[in-house]
Design a protein around this ligand. Structure first.
Ligand code: SF4
Length: 70
């Protein structure tokens, strides 16, 4: 079974919500936000991520306004 490379994931993670226990564990992060109809922090530019509005609606609005930012 493939192991999670938490250190590598954390190096790429832009999530500013510090107390989250899912940080660096992308499968749990994705699953958690998917259940809530959201995307994880890394789907948003840093300034939008900091608002903690991770809704799909906010992703679409941000994408329409800025285009691809990654
Ligand atoms: S995006 Fe959400 S689940 Fe993922 S580390 Fe940040 S707060 Fe936690």
């Amino acid at each position: 079974m493939r192991e999670c490379n938490t250190e590598e994931n954390l190096a790429k993670c832009n999530c500013s919500y510090e107390p989250c226990s899912r940080k660096g564990i992308c499968c749990e992060c994705m699953s958690y936000h998917r259940r809530s109809g959201e995307f994880p922090a890394c789907f948003f530019p840093d300034d939008v991520e900091k608002t903690y509005n991770r809704s799909i609606d906010n992703f679409i609005k941000t994408y329409q306004k800025r285009g691809q930012w990654w």
